[in-house]
Design a protein around this ligand. Structure first.
Ligand SMILES: [Mg+2]
Length: 391
């Protein structure tokens, strides 16, 4: 529906023709012009016409020229134009379509046909206007949502460790976090208990806003478990985290909500020169002398699951120069490359082995660029988190 009755602009240098048209189309609000110049003025003024009936042969600016000018201007471009012509040879008609007309009516007028053609064009215009209004509405809602998520991103960033703190406590390191939808389900956490440095890389169920909410819980729980309760053994951290998640979300075997997180917890003890690691689905990679060792994770999520054993705690002595990598599944899951395939764990491991000897900050740039090139114009499929540490 038009929001108001559709307005027609009739343009003809012959007053007789104008009077005939006015009589045939008297049910519509009408504007009239007797030349091209006047028509252009009326087309830009209010009320703007919804349809223009335009005579071809007029002194001065003819109908073709007038139509061309209407189509050049953004404000009048979308007003449909029907030509009124006495010459119904096809060259003439084609020229009319070329300059942007949607239809033509021949003189002398066939009244029912003229009315039908006008009605058809008004119906099309009405549908197009409605689409345009819907599109504008969608764009507005989309903008409001995006603004809101961008603001949420600031809040989420505040929950992550500050770079100044990381620079102070971490060995040589990098963190590559690439959220899929502005905010992220992947998050990292760093803390200290006595001589141990704890580094956590986690992937909350889902991504976007639900993932980000879950990540905020994850950060709060880790603060509680490690920060206040001083638990520093990775497997014990995961045991506690799992029971808090199950309690908080009241998860049971039959409950629908089984959200939680996949996570790797690393503890570095620099006085004892050893690392400890426990993982829920996410393993740890250690590269020493070009050889990559996988420290495996338990196949138990940090949420209600089929098995409920304690997590396995790995204790590994380390050597100076070892490169450690904590990560989520997003990097290896990315589609792209020459055959639009996933990078996969093998490709990911190959990439790390090739570059592990480089300074950590250089590695970050390389892994980021490789990921972007692999993805190309495709969509990022998941949040991506990769942490590199040189001992
Ligand atoms: Mg993931």
């Amino acid at each position: 529906m038009f929001q108001q009755a559709p307005v027609l602009l009739l343009v003809d240098d012959s007053n007789v023709n104008l009077e005939i048209l006015k009589d045939i189309l008297k049910r519509y609000p009408l504007l009239t012009a007797t030349n091209g110049k006047e028509a252009l003025l009326l087309a830009t003024a209010e009320p703007k016409p919804d349809l223009i009936l335009l005579d071809v042969v007029m002194p001065g600016m003819d109908g073709f020229e007038t139509c061309r000018k209407l189509k050049e201007r953004a404000v009048t471009r979308n007003i449909p134009v029907i030509f009124i012509t006495g010459q119904n040879d096809s060259d003439h008609i084609l020229k009319g379509f070329e300059v942007g007309a949607v239809d033509y009516i021949t003189k002398p007028f066939n009244i029912p046909e003229l009315k039908a053609r006008v009605k058809t064009q008004l119906t099309i215009k009405m549908a197009r206007d409605q689409n345009l209004r819907l599109l504008q509405k969608i764009e507005l809602v989309n903008k409001q949502l995006t603004d809101s998520i961008r603001y949420a991103q600031k809040i989420q960033n505040a929950s992550l460790p500050k770079q100044t703190y990381l620079d102070q406590v971490m060995p040589e390191y990098f963190v590559l976090l690439k959220p899929r939808d502005i905010v992220s389900g992947d998050f990292y956490w760093v803390g200290e208990v006595d001589s141990r440095l704890l580094v956590v890389a986690a992937d909350s169920t889902g991504h976007g806003v639900p993932g980000a909410f879950m990540s905020m819980f994850g950060v709060a729980y880790l603060n509680q478990i490690v920060g206040y309760q001083s638990v520093s053994i990775p497997s014990q951290i995961l045991d506690r985290l799992r029971s808090i998640v199950i309690d908080s979300f009241q998860q049971t075997e039959s409950s629908e909500v089984k959200d939680g997180m996949d996570i790797g917890v690393l503890s570095i003890d620099r006085t004892r020169k050893e690392i400890e690691f426990a993982g829920a689905f996410n393993p740890l990679y250690i590269i020493r002398n070009n050889e990559l060792t996988i420290v495996s994770a338990d196949h138990m999520p940090v949420s209600i699951g089929e098995v409920d054993r304690p997590y396995h705690n790995h204790i590994i002595p380390y050597q100076k120069g070892d490169a450690l990598y904590l990560f989520t599944d997003g990097y290896a899951s990315q589609f792209g490359g020459p055959d639009d395939k996933k990078i996969k764990s093998t490709g990911f491991r190959q990439l790390l082995i090739e570059h592990h000897h480089l300074p950590m900050c250089e590695q970050k740039t390389i892994y980021d660029q490789f990921f972007e090139e692999w993805k190309g114009n495709g969509e990022q499929v998941d949040d991506v988190l990769l942490i590199g540490i040189r001992l």
